[in-house]
Structure formats: C-alpha cells, structure tokens
Ligand binder design. Structure first.
Ligand SMILES: Cc1cc2nc3c(=O)[nH]c(=O)nc-3n(C[C@H](O)[C@H](O)[C@H](O)COP(=O)(O)OP(=O)(O)OC[C@H]3O[C@@H](n4cnc5c(N)ncnc54)[C@H](O)[C@@H]3O)c2cc1C
Length: 712
C-alpha cells in the first residue's frame, strides 16, 4: 500500500491513517533490515528519537514527490538516503552515538541530484527543525528563514564569473566569517562533468552554540553563503543523463541566476521556501510524536518486541527548554509577563485562544491597580482612554433614594496616591498587550493549550494539546477562573456559584438620560439584585451591568438566570432601574463565581496567579487588581532569590499574597451580602450607609494602600 501512495496523499491523511502508513513503511524496513542486530536498532531508534529529520526524511526518501521532477531532468544513480542518516544533497545531518552529539555536515557530494530549490527547501526545513527544538516562536523561525533565503539570493544574483573567486575566497573556511562552522575535511576530487578538480568540503557545526535566534540567524546566513557558493561555483557535480539537455555546470549556474533575476521571482522563492519549510517541519514533528506515542503498542506495530529488547531509555527527548512559562494570556498572564520583562527577565506566554483579547465591558480600577500599572509604565496609556468618576454613589434600587457615596476627589487621591478610574476592559488589555508586544523579553504564542504538567527532578514538563512539550524551570498558571492547572496544586472541584448572573455591556453615552448622573459610578442595590453604571472611554460610552440571583438552582446549563428572569427580577426596581434595563445587553450571560481561598498556591515549580489562584466576586472591583499585585510580588521575590531558589520565591509570594487576597475574596462576598439584603438587615444597612462620612476612607486602606512600599 505504502508504495502506491504518494507523499502528498500521506500528508493529506488524518493522523491515524498517516500513522498506519508510517508504521507500514517502518515494518517494511524492518523486514528488509533483518540483518540489523538489536544494537543497530537501538542506535537507529535513538537517532530517530533525537532527530526527527532523520526519520521523516527517511520516509520522504521512500515517497519522494519531487522524484518525478528530478527524474525528468536527472537520473538517480544510487539512493542518497543512507539508513539512519540524513543525506540531502550536500547536507549530512545525523546523531553521533559515540560522542553523543548532533552533527551537521555540509559536503560537496560527488553525486548531487537535487535541483537548487530542492536542497534549499530541505536545508531550510532543517533550520526550522533546529529552531523548533530550541523552542523559538513561529515569527522568529520565519525571520530565520527569510535571512537564509535573502542571503542565498544575494550571493547567487551578485555572483558573476569573476566574482566567484572573490566570493569563494571571502568565504573560505579559513576566514573568521564562518563562526562555529569548522572544516573537518578537504579532499580533491574530479568532477563527473569534466576533468576539473573540485574541492570536497566538509564542515562541522557546533550546535550547542546555536541556542539563540541571533546565533541561528548567523548560521543560516553562513550556510546560505556556502550553498550559494556551491551552486554558482563551477563545476557543480551533477550527474549527466540522457534526459539532461544541458549538463554543464555553467549552464546550471546561469539557470539559477536567471531564475532569481527578478524581484518577483525572488519573493516567490522566499514565500515558497518559508511555507514549505514550516509546513514540512511541522508535519515532521507531528509524525514523529505520533509515531512514538504508538510505537510501543504491539497491536499496531508488531516490531515492538525488537524495540523492547533494546530497552530504549527515553525515546522522546525533543522537549524545548523554557525558563519561565506563563500559561494564560488574560490580564493576569499579560501583566505577569510584562512585570518579568520590565525586570529584564525573559518569559514565554502561552494562550489557548487563537487571538489575544478581552471580551466584556467596563472595569473599575482602584488605586492599588493603577499603582502597579504605573510601575509597569502603562498607566498613561490606560488613563488616556479611561474615565475619572467623581464619586461612587450607592442608590436604593427600589426607591431611587441616594444612600451614600465615596468621594473620589482630591482627598481620595492624596490618601492613596492614585485616582479611581473606570475603563473598558479591552482598553486596559490593549495597553498591557501592546507593551508586551514591544518588549523583546516576552515571547507570546496563541493557539497553545496546555494540557498537562509533570514534575521532573529539576524541572517541570508542560505538554500542549498539539503534543509539544516544554521543560520549564518555573510555570505560572494564570489560566483563569476555570484553571485546569489549579488541579495540579489542589483539586478543589468546580468554582462556586451562589446563583447570581450578570448581564453587561456598553451603550453610546447619548442614549443615557442626564438624570442618571453621568459623572459617577452608580451602584443601585436591592434585594438579590443590583445594577452598576458608569461612563467609560473618556466618557463617550456608558457601561451597565445588571446582577441578580436566580430562583433556579445553578447547574452547568444556561437555563438558569435567563434574560426572562432578569426582566422579572428587576421589575421591582424604581423607574431609573427599569429604564436602564431596557438598554442592557442580553446576548451574553455571565454566571458569577468565586472559590474558597486555598492555603497553598504552588506545587514544585508551578504556581497559581490571578483568577486561577483566587477568583472572587466582582463586587469589590478587585479581581484584576489583585492579579496585578500577585505579579508584582512574584517578580520581586524572583529578583530576590533567583531561578535556583524557586521554593523560596514561592514561599515569599504565598506568604505575602495568600492571606491578603483571601481577605479580599471574603470582602467581596460581604459586599454582596450587604448589597443584596432585605427586611430588617436592609433597614440597618441603609442607616449605616446614610451615616457614612463620604470622606472616610479608613475601611478601604487595607486594600488600596501600597503593600510593596519596602520592596527593593
Ligand atoms: C462581570 C465581571 C466584572 C468584573 N469587574 C472587575 C472590576 O471592575 N475590576 C477588577 O479589578 N476586576 C473585575 N473583574 C475580575 C477580572 O475581570 C478578573 O479577575 C481578571 O480578568 C482575571 O484575569 P485572569 O487573567 O486571571 O483570567 P482570565 O481573564 O480568565 O484569563 C485566563 C486566560 O487563560 C487562557 N487559558 C485557560 N486555560 C488555558 C490553557 N490550558 N492553556 C493556555 N491558556 C489557557 C484563557 O483562554 C484566558 O485567556 C470582573 C469580573 C467579572 C466576571
């Protein structure tokens, strides 16, 4: 079956089908390779395990689609793929068992059978795979490929016959130019085209030094020069065939140069090679993982006994190394990334959604939130789109009577150092996100869902839904209210619902009646209901959130807290409240949850942060603010103890943050109880509120004051 299917068809198969093909190919090799002893199998598997290129390229050699193309032009005299190694034209890439090293060699092979795009693509794929293994992001990988192809084109198109010697000299292996690429042999051979002696060059590359994007770019450039040089420096040793119309090397050089003479063609080549290499490398990685997931399964792969016999220790070694990984690209994750980056510490952030962004409407940002935003240098951007309310007014939702307010004027700002502001959450998010984007210390990746974590002796292994694995020194779980990583620390079940639901959204300020008092945050409270209103976006939009307790028992469905119930529950409200309800958005329903505080937020090298650690009811307007404080404290502790003392970092973070945020969780619950009460409790409450001094901020100091005053 495998022989009759083309590589293109295999690539189009679904995972299971493709696995079948791969295993069949493998089994075929096993039959053909009876002569291989267990030791050889061992070595073979280890090579595959460490270097997926070998494995994949091996298959490609069996089903090589391009074969058609080059068969028209060149005749294959003997296979170029040697069992267990990768030979792509001049490029020889393999794992050296004796020295336990990956070796990449470039040589002017006697029999080069590849047209130039063919080996450029394969070589580019190798660069991509190396970059994948180093854990670089897709954007970085594309950039490396661009550097590679641009350099190649530059060399090829500017090389005239007279230049060739200069280029050759300039890029001679003796020069300093070839950083970390060392010549390992130099022979003289005779070209098969003519009797001109040619150099048989072989270079060894020290892979360990190519662990940064910049270094890999240097390597990409250097390889591009070598390849361009070999393509343009006659004689290229191409095997002559009857089908080849022209087989002299100058002619080939000329073809390459002509092909790349126009800008459009160059661009096409760049696009083509980038796309090919990325796709190809991704497939190679995926198949490799798929294969190893199943290869111990005897039912699927009957060669398992041979493999078992060889006792392969760790077939999967392709995890990328990450120092600090943040899981979750919400406000908490972003702010944490930015806090680390501002301290000069590089981080990587994974978000499961395909795009970064926040949904929802307004947010209240208390001074403790602004303080951290200021430290992160994003407060100005946030304030540019914010609204500065004059007061937080508490109103009776049933009678329309004003109960009390908290004045947010000069005394408030003087007391806490920052004003109380209200923003659209997208504006807050965007300010933080843009700052992250602009910071080279942060690598952000979307479409990365972390599915599991696993403790290792000196690291923590994180696996994503696509099978990619990351060996991390520290993981910060900022994956929100429904955090799956929280279970790793403590499996305390699902978030708690008291049966409240929120409907919220923004409307144009012009739709709002002036009576509403457009300068303030208004908090309309009633039995089991409340309505929050305030302007956002410099006062151009108006945010409204209606919260009520459903009469139904909360469950996983959306059949409780429906919009019909919303209207019914708010029908007891005063005129203003009923009017406001008419413009409340009802297309999205937000059940309200929190969790009981934990006594521990970390396990091993993983720590919880933000809603993953302490989800709270929104009534205190502190969810995001507390997450920002978490990030601030965590980074301060990390700076103090460093990456080698993660346990001390976590201990200090937990000691400072757990007691405080737990109090805030309780405070938010208390506000809910206070706001939603009825009967005698309501009478007492209203009395307390009416007697409240609007300039008395004592009860807020413990939340809004700076807890990190003494930070170094
Ligand atoms: C109605 C309402 C009003 C609020 N009002 C305020 C307010 O006025 N002031 C205030 O300070 N706070 C407020 N909050 C709270 C505030 O919105 C939250 O505390 C804050 O947004 C939490 O951010 P987070 O990043 O921790 O979680 P989230 O915003 O939930 O972000 C978690 C992220 O992790 C990603 N993720 C999840 N699992 C994975 C995974 N396995 N792998 C990779 N990524 C993953 C998710 O896609 C998501 O992007 C309010 C909350 C609500 C519901």
């Amino acid at each position: 079956m495998s022989n009759s299917i083309s590589i293109k068809d295999i690539l189009l198969c679904d995972n299971q089908e493709r696995l079948k093909h791969l295993i069949q190919m493998f089994a075929k090799y096993q039959m053909a390779g009876k002569r291989y002893e267990a030791k050889a199998w061992h070595a073979y598997f280890r090579r595959i395990a460490i270097n997926p290129v070998v494995f994949y390229q091996h298959n490609v050699a069996l089903f090589y689609e391009d074969q058609q193309y080059y068969q028209e032009t060149f005749q294959v005299m003997e296979p170029t793929c040697i069992h267990g190694d990768l030979h792509i034209g001049q490029f020889h890439y393999y794992f050296d068992d004796i020295n336990n090293e990956r070796i990449f060699k470039i040589r002017r092979h006697k029999k080069i059978i590849a047209p130039f795009t063919w080996d450029l693509k394969r070589l580019a794929t190798n660069l991509v795979l190396i970059a994948y293994h180093q854990g670089f992001s897709d954007t970085e990988i594309i950039e490396i490929l661009h550097v590679f192809i641009r350099q190649y084109i530059k060399c090829v198109t500017t090389t005239t016959t007279t230049d060739k010697m200069i280029l050759c000299k300039k890029n001679s292996i003796e020069t300093e130019q070839f950083h970390q690429i060392k010549p390992c042999s130099l022979h003289k051979q005779f070209s098969v085209i003519s009797s001109i002696p040619i150099k048989h060059e072989m270079y060894e590359i020290n892979w360990k030094t190519f662990d940064t994007v910049a270094n890999l770019m240097i390597l990409a450039e250097q390889i591009a020069i070598i390849v361009a040089n070999s393509h343009c420096q006659p004689p290229i040793s191409i095997i002559p065939t009857q089908n080849t119309i022209e087989n002299n090397a100058d002619h080939c050089t000329h073809i390459i140069q002509t092909a790349l003479s126009s800008y459009n063609q160059q661009q096409e080549l760049i696009n083509d090679i980038c796309l090919f290499s990325m796709t190809y490398a991704q497939i190679a990685e995926r198949d490799y993982r798929l294969f190893f997931k199943h290869f111990r399964n005897e039912r699927i792969f009957n060669g398992v006994n041979v493999i078992n016999h060889t006792r392969i220790p760790h077939p999967l070694t392709n995890a990328r190394s990450v120092s600090i990984l943040i899981v979750g690209g919400g406000i908490s994750g972003m702010v944490t990334a930015l806090s680390f980056a501002r301290a000069g510490i590089p981080v990587r952030l994974f978000e499961k959604k395909t795009e970064f962004g926040e949904i929802g409407a307004g947010m209240q940002l208390a001074p403790n939130c602004s303080r951290i935003l200021d430290r992160l240098d994003v407060l100005k951007q946030v304030q540019a789109n914010a609204f500065f309310p004059k007061q937080i007014v508490w109103m009776d939702a049933l009678t329309g009577q004003r109960l009390t307010c908290i004045d947010l004027g000069a005394k408030f700002i003087e007391t806490f150092g920052y004003p109380y502001i209200v923003v659209h959450r997208a504006d807050l998010f965007n300010a933080i996100y843009q700052a992250c984007l602009a910071n080279s210390m942060i690598t952000m990746e979307t479409d990365r869902t972390v599915t599991s974590v696993d403790e290792r002796p000196k690291s923590i292994m994180v696996e994503c839904a696509d099978g990619m694995r990351y060996d991390c020194n520290m993981v910060i779980a900022a994956d929100g209210l429904w955090s799956s990583l929280r279970k790793f620390v403590c499996d305390d079940g699902a978030p708690i619902s008291a049966g409240y639901v929120t409907y919220r959204g923004t409307i144009d300020i012009k739709q709002v009646s002036k009576e509403a008092g457009l300068e303030n945050v208004q908090f309309w409270i009633g039995p089991d209901i409340h309505l929050v209103q305030y302007p956002i976006r410099r006062g151009e939009s108006y945010n409204q959130a209606a919260i009520f307790k459903s009469k139904k028992i909360p469950d996983d469905t959306d059949e409780w807290g429906t919009k019909e119930e919303l209207n019914q529950r708010f029908s007891i409200g005063c005129k203003h409240v009923k009017n406001a309800l008419k413009s409340i958005q009802t297309n999205f329903r937000w059940p309200v949850y929190d969790r009981n505080p934990l006594s521990k937020w970390s396990r091993g090298r993983l720590v919880l942060l933000g809603d993953a650690a302490h989800p709270m009811l929104q009534y205190a307007g502190q969810g995001a603010a507390q997450a920002l404080e978490d990030a601030d404290v965590l980074v301060t502790a990390y700076k103090k103890y460093g990456p080698l003392k993660i346990d001390s970092v976590f201990r200090e973070y937990e000691q400072k943050r757990i007691p405080h945020s737990s109090k805030v969780v309780q405070f938010a619950r208390d506000i809910g109880t206070f706001a939603h009460c009825d009967g005698v409790a309501k009478i007492v409450r209203d009395k307390i509120l009416k007697e409240h001094d609007i300039y008395d901020y004592e009860f807020l100091k413990w939340i809004y004051e700076d807890h990190q005053k003494d930070r170094k």
